[in-house]
Write a protein that binds this ligand. Sequence first.
Ligand code: PLP
Length: 226
Amino acid sequence: MNFCETAYASVTARVAAARQAAGAPAVALVAVSKTQPATAVRALAACGQRAFGENYVQEAIAKQADVADLPLEWHLIGPLQSNKCREAAQHFDWLQSLDRLKLVAPLARYRPPARAPLNVLVQVNVDDEASKSGCRPDEVAALAAAVAAQPRLRLRGLMAIPAPAPERERRRAAFDRMRTLFDALRADHAQVDTLSMGMSDDFELAIAAGATMVRVGTLLFGARAP
Ligand SMILES: *Cc1c(COP(=O)(O)O)cnc(C)c1O
């Protein structure tokens, strides 16, 4: 097996084991391909991976063109600027980083009628740090309601990037707060089924706390160039 096959087998086995330990029905794996070339996406797709995550709209569009022959699912996971709403709505299957109301109407307006509604996750700043992206926990309900009111958008759940904390306890606490917000959102919106949290360093901890989707880059592709 080459690096990519070995890495894919290892990550999918670890996700499956964590899923089973948590008693969760399913956990989706999004391969984070930011800064990686299209050849790396193609290699991982050959292993069976379908969902890929990108942080930058422009970089993603160029890469997507190189692998347009493959049936892939694209997730935008980086901060979205208002002037990129049209391209985001046109070129992705999922937007995981919705963090403010003013993006909702443009995303819906620009979603091409021929495509399925854009799947949307509300990104939450679960640590309450001013520097990080994501809405405040007390803003989730209003943002979610705005998304749910748009037929061209499909509210699917929540996403978070907890601040890196050396202590597992602090990370676990952030994941647990997300799980609580997720359960509350599900009580209001029956279609909500996705809690996206956990990366290379902590995806098993996230799955134990209730993640239904993890976003893994480094472990699948190797370290990114600085
Ligand atoms: C880069 C990134 C990831 C993947 O991080 P790794 O540590 O390389 O697994 C996941 N989610 C988001 C939002 C990212 O920006």
